[in-house]
Design a protein around this ligand. Structure first.
Ligand code: GLN
Length: 393
């Protein structure tokens, strides 16, 4: 057999379904409610800071683990918001987006055979992250409509081989915001089994209806066993800049930094400078951001419900998971393809967020990080679905 093949690791996962939907959408000229990125501008001050940094010739490598100013700003922001002291030199590593931050963390801490607990549905990257780092995933189901987990099922997923649990709150794709009680239950298991929490908190500021984001690092006994991951992408509408970071216990920072260094050397230097300006944005910005997304959430909920989707209202993040059984398609992929090709609206098949494909087959994820005009255009196009949902099958 030829040796000119992909590695065993690379053949264990498929290309990203989310990004494939964006490509299909471009092919069919659809309204893209699949891949989660805003179609409105980033804050002017943040863009200006990036331009100014390039004009000032911040063009060479930043310090591998992140420009000092940005690491200090990240530590200060976390400390002020959540009351936990962070030492930038010992705990903060700037990466190329939360995607690399997650991969550098997993490769830095996981050995083949280690088990990692993952809530399902999960953001699709966590599957390949586990495969590439050699982890054996153990899935725990979040059940609609409120995406709660069974505490006994969670407890049963932990054992002596468990190295880490991956958490994502506010959650993609469900919009679930983990409550203090839930985080305490997770923390108790982490302490009992000496397990690390890897917590993806990129939707921290996109949260609704008076809910509050609680980093698991701030739960009792968790500061020394949590890697918190965040980024500029969602908070400042700059998903293409690829600036993210980890805040890790000092004992793990060296491992994460080494992997990060050899994966990417560092994130774009001028954009790291802009990150300092972004993190200095006045508090009113974050309030308006959340309010703007709350309004868009309600708009898309209304659109989807009028067109016969069953929606699970998100408490945070910018996605709506829907149930599509009423449309009578064989599965989510067939329906998603029909929707982009014949209706002109792209969404993500639910199965790409599940290991248990059957649970995802009845679902579709829509994002609402879009201008009103974009959502209204989706509304007009989805009107063509009406007869289909109500017609006898
Ligand atoms: N996080 C976004 C989503 O879930 C974008 C994913 C990506 O393409 N990196 O749609």
């Amino acid at each position: 057999m030829s040796k000119l093949t992909g590695s065993k690791k690379a053949t264990q996962f498929t290309e990203s379904v989310i990004r494939e939907m964006t490509r299909l959408n471009q092919l069919h000229g659809g309204v893209n409610l699949s891949q989660g990125f805003p179609d409105f501008p980033a804050p002017a001050a943040v863009k200006e800071a990036a331009c100014a940094a390039i004009r000032a010739d911040v063009n060479q490598y930043a310090v591998t683990w992140g420009a000092r100013g940005l690491r200090e700003a990240i530590a200060r922001d976390f400390e002020q918001r959540h009351g936990l002291r962070i030492v930038p030199d010992e705990q903060v590593t700037v990466c190329c987006g939360a995607t690399e931050a997650m991969m550098a963390t997993m490769m830095g801490v996981i050995d083949p055979g280690d088990e990692v607990v993952i809530f399902e549905p999960f953001y699709e990257n966590y599957g390949p992250d586990a495969i590439l780092s050699g982890a054996t995933p153990r899935y725990v189901t979040l059940r609609e409509p409120s995406w709660t987990f069974d505490p006994d099922e969670l407890a049963a997923a932990f054992n002596n081989r468990t190295k880490a649990i991956i958490l994502n709150t506010p959650n993609n794709p469900t919009g679930k915001v983990f409550s203090r009680e839930e985080l305490e239950a997770i923390a108790a298991l982490c302490r009992k089994w000496d397990v690390l929490a890897i917590s993806d908190e990129i939707y921290e500021h996109i949260i609704y209806d008076g809910r509050r984001h609680i980093p698991i690092a701030t739960v009792e006994g968790m500061a020394d066993r949590t890697v918190t991951i965040n980024s500029l992408s969602k908070t400042y509408s700059v998903t293409g800049w690829r600036v993210g970071w980890t805040i890790s216990p000092p004992a793990l920072t060296g491992a994460i930094r080494k992997v990060h260094d050899f994966l990417t050397v560092g994130a774009a230097a001028p954009l790291q400078e802009a990150g300092v300006a972004a993190l200095a944005t006045p508090e009113s910005y974050y309030i308006e951001l959340a309010e703007g997304y709350r309004r868009r959430r309600d708009r898309l909920m209304d659109i989807l419900e009028r067109h016969h989707f069953t929606c699970y209202q998100p408490g945070g993040a910018y996605y709506i998971m829907t149930d599509i059984r009423v449309f009578g398609f064989a599965n989510d992929v067939a329906f998603a393809r029909y929707l982009v090709k014949d209706i002109g609206v792209a969404a993500v098949p639910g199965s790409s967020f599940y290991r248990d494909q059957a649970s995802g087959r009845t679902k579709l994820r829509f994002c609402f990080c879009k201008r009103d005009e974009t959502l209204d255009e989706a509304d007009r196009r989805l009107a063509k679905l009406q007869n289909l949902a109500t017609a006898p099958k």
